[in-house]
Write a protein that binds this ligand. Structure first.
Ligand code: ZN
Length: 186
């Protein structure tokens, strides 16, 4: 079903920003907030009166500041999903009801509420770690912390790009590396 198809949204500078649904993408194009760069070949969106070629890649007509977007509080379910609903300290699987989010660098030490500073933790590990770093608590992360810097959106893009060859040229690696450096020095 077309409503499940994702569209790659680029900033005016061509930097990838996020994935949006096809209807959302069409709305942005319709309102001239974005323009279509690539179409989803052979896929059409039908309304009672119109038939549209579905977009695959769209670009904002005006640049938006990515830094302020990154400061949004991150949705906990997306972090759980990134971590496969597994405590990143002891490996125990859980559900949204018994898992918590742990700040890798504690908030009391200046740790920020960003995807790359949050991991899934069971309540026992979260209590045990308390206001310490993983090193101080001798609780190493199961996931290579560097992988967390890739962030949620980027992990989703790479998965999605496997079936969307028209996206690849917009998801060039230089951007990811440059952005990681920025995240680590922030
Ligand atoms: Zn645990």
């Amino acid at each position: 079903m077309i409503t499940g198809r994702k569209v790659l949204l680029l900033n005016a500078s061509y930097e990838p920003l996020s994935l949006v649904t096809a209807p959302k993408a069409l709305t942005l194009v319709w309102r001239r907030v974005a323009e279509t760069l690539e179409f989803d070949k052979g896929v059409q969106i039908r309304s009672p009166r119109f038939v549209f070629d579905a977009p695959s890649v769209i670009r904002l007509t005006h640049y938006i500041d990515v830094r302020s977007r990154q400061n949004r509080v991150t949705n906990r379910h997306r972090i759980f999903s990134r971590d496969h609903y597994r405590c990143q300290y002891c490996g125990r699987r859980g559900t949204a009801f018994d898992l918590t989010l742990d700040h890798i660098l504690p908030r009391s030490r200046g740790g920020r509420t960003l995807a790359e500073n949050l991991v899934t933790a069971c309540k026992a590990c979260n209590n045990r770690k308390s206001d310490r770093t993983p090193e101080e608590a001798r609780m190493p992360l199961l996931t290579n912390p560097a992988a967390l810097y890739y962030g949620l959106e980027r992990a989703a893009w790479r998965d999605a790009a496997r079936s969307r060859p028209e996206w690849r040229k917009y998801l060039f690696l230089e951007y990811v590396e440059q952005n990681n450096d920025a995240a680590m020095t922030a």
